[in-house]
Design a protein around this ligand. Structure first.
Ligand SMILES: [Zn+2]
Length: 342
């Protein structure tokens, strides 16, 4: 059943199902929580369940997922279901007043084929002020047959007037094990890759499902090459790598990868939960590094990287940031003696 295809979110889904059963569905909802964890998918599934031609009401309220209505809702061609979202092509994507007005006109009339007119608004925090004001008018006097579902990862960026008119429903990030299981099921990839993607995406199921495995594995390999003892013991190699990475605009990305690797090493040193390791398939190597590494110095490297990442791009000399990171990292790993500053 379509709701069951969603990873996690058991609580909000059962609350919505119970509301429908008891005839207490609100006229407007605000689905909020981290980006790409399944809020939008749940909104679409609810729209399907409400307008399904062969709904299943036996044990729980759900749609069939394959009738004409269900298919049209996903294809965005259903006469009673509308989607508003920022223009993805725009440099600063916004939801404009014209988009809201168009829907307003549709909501005056009763549903054509289904039970309800439904409007799904993705990235609702991107409503312009005038668009938000136009929407507010409809939310203040909602037509009996209408349902608005606003979806956002930044609920506080929405005007309080809009938020107060919607029933808030918080979505929490699904557990990594749930994401991993879903990735194995949906992508049919080896468990090691599924684990890697699930940890990398940090619970963002949408990202874990769509990420190109070969691409991220190639980046991982590049990063692992940078922390090999033979790379770090040679100052010439460090200077050359920092220059190449900074000039090819891969500095920030490299710093993020290094952060993930160093965190993994710290987990191994403190004998933490190995399931949290991004580089779980590098465990033997990590254990070898762990024997010589100095945890205090590693934590200093991590906080240095964080400081670099917080600096605005124009104020940061990326090449120097990378050089500093590599030189400190090799000391932290016990590959060279720690330099004594005068
Ligand atoms: Zn259906």
């Amino acid at each position: 059943m379509p709701f069951a295809e969603i990873t996690g979110h058991e609580q909000p889904i059962s609350l919505l199902q119970a509301s429908v059963r008891n005839g207490r569905l609100a006229h407007a909802y605000l689905f909020h929580g981290e980006a790409r964890i399944g809020k939008w998918m749940t909104a679409v599934r609810l729209a399907q369940a409400l307008n399904c031609e062969q709904p299943s009401h036996t044990d729980s309220f759900d749609s069939c997922g394959h009738c004409r209505s269900c298919v049209q809702i996903v294809a965005r061609t259903h006469a009673d279901c509308f989607v508003i979202e920022p223009d993805p092509e725009s440099a600063s994507p916004q939801i404009k007043i014209e988009q809201v007005r168009e829907i307003e006109q549709q909501f005056v009339y009763r549903p054509l084929i289904g039970e309800r007119k439904i409007c799904l608004i993705d990235e609702a925090d991107r409503l312009t002020i005038s668009a938000a004001n136009a929407l507010l008018k409809t939310l203040e006097e909602p037509p009996g047959h209408g349902l608005f579902i606003l979806v956002t990862s930044r609920p506080h960026a929405l005007p309080i007037t809009i938020r107060s008119r919607c029933q808030g429903l918080r979505f929490t990030t699904p557990a990594r094990t749930q994401v991993e299981a879903a990735v194995i099921l949906k992508r049919e990839i080896p468990p090691a890759d599924a684990h890697f993607l699930a940890v990398l995406a940090d619970g963002r199921i949408g990202e874990a499902i769509e990420t190109n495995v070969a691409e991220v594995r190639a980046r991982q390999k590049e990063c692992l090459a940078l922390v090999k003892p033979q790379s770090l013991t040679s100052s010439t190699a460090i200077l050359a790598a920092a220059e190449v990475l900074a000039k090819s605009d891969r500095g920030a990305e490299t710093l993020s990868w290094l952060t993930r690797w160093i965190r993994d090493l710290v987990i191994v040193i403190v004998r933490g939960d190995q399931d949290q390791l991004l580089h779980l398939d590098q465990l033997t190597d990590l254990q070898q590094y762990a024997q010589r590494a100095d945890i205090d110095l590693l934590l200093t490297v991590l906080s240095d990287i964080e400081r670099f990442q917080q600096q605005a791009t124009r104020h940061l000399n990326m090449q120097m940031a990378l050089e500093t990171t590599f030189f400190r990292l090799r000391e932290a790993l016990g590959l060279v003696p720690v330099a004594v500053s005068a």
